[in-house]
Structures are given as structure tokens and as C-alpha cells.
Design a protein around this ligand. Structure first.
Ligand SMILES: [Ca+2]
Length: 124
């Protein structure tokens, strides 16, 4: 499943592809992911497909937090989406034919703003 398909999947569930906005949130996601094993990978919101090195959300908004680890991002114009594995955040091709990625969705609750990615859907 590519990033676009993952985003569609989250929307079908009533949420959206997770937008990580802080180091604390990334740490929480890593902690959550650990139960699925060290090779578990997810897509999160963010792309630099339009302008290399300028990362924006799916909605085209500037990103205040990227969270790339180590030498990442290092894929140049070939890798324009953001993948997350436990303790690792990297740029990768948006369809990633060689690695399995899952959708990390987040949901909103009525009148309470953005909620944890682990929360269930509440319909307003
Ligand atoms: Ca890129």
C-alpha cells in the first residue's frame, strides 16, 4: 500500500493519515509501533514531490516538524514520502514496491481537536 492509498484508507475509516507534529508525538508513535515488531513500517503525512526539500502536508500546508533521523532524508527527487519504522524516520518512494507499509491513521473527536492515532472514530 502506497502513501496515497493509505491516506484513502484512513479517510474511509473517518480519519486521516497521521500528521506528526512533535518529537514527543513521534516517540509515542514509535512506542505504539514496537508491539508490531522492529520491521513494522507506516506512512505518515508529508511529501516533497512538488519541490525537492520542501515538505508539505497532503493539503499543501507547510510542515512544522519532520522528524527525519540520521542521514535522512537522502533520496533526493526519487524519494518524496515519509516512512516511519521504530526509531527511524526516512524519505522513500511514495509507492515503495519493495517494503511493506501500513497506514497510520489519526482521528478527530467532536469539539476536542486532534486526538491520538490510537483513538477510535467518533462521528460528529
Ligand atoms: Ca524528495
Amino acid at each position: 500500500m502506497g502513501q496515497a492509498e493509505s491516506s484513502d484508507h484512513c479517510k474511509t475509516l473517518g480519519g486521516r493519515l497521521a500528521l506528526v507534529t512533535s518529537a514527543d508525538e513521534m516517540k509515542a508513535i514509535w512506542s505504539y509501533m514496537r508491539v508490531f515488531g522492529s520491521s513494522y513500517r507506516v506512512w505518515v503525512d508529508g511529501t516533497d514531490a512538488a519541490t525537492e526539500g520542501v515538505w508539505v502536508t497532503e493539503a499543501g500546508e507547510p510542515m512544522s516538524y519532520l522528524g527525519f533521523t540520521g542521514v535522512q532524508p537522502n533520496g533526493g527527487t526519487k524519494e518524496n514520502c515519509i516512512g516511519v519504522a521504530p526509531y527511524h524516520v526516512f524519505d522513500i518512494t511514495c509507492t515503495s514496491n519493495t517494503l511493506v507499509f501500513n497506514a497510520l491513521c489519526e482521528y478527530y473527536r467532536c469539539g476536542r481537536g486532534r486526538m491520538s492515532f490510537t483513538m477510535n472514530v467518533t462521528t460528529c
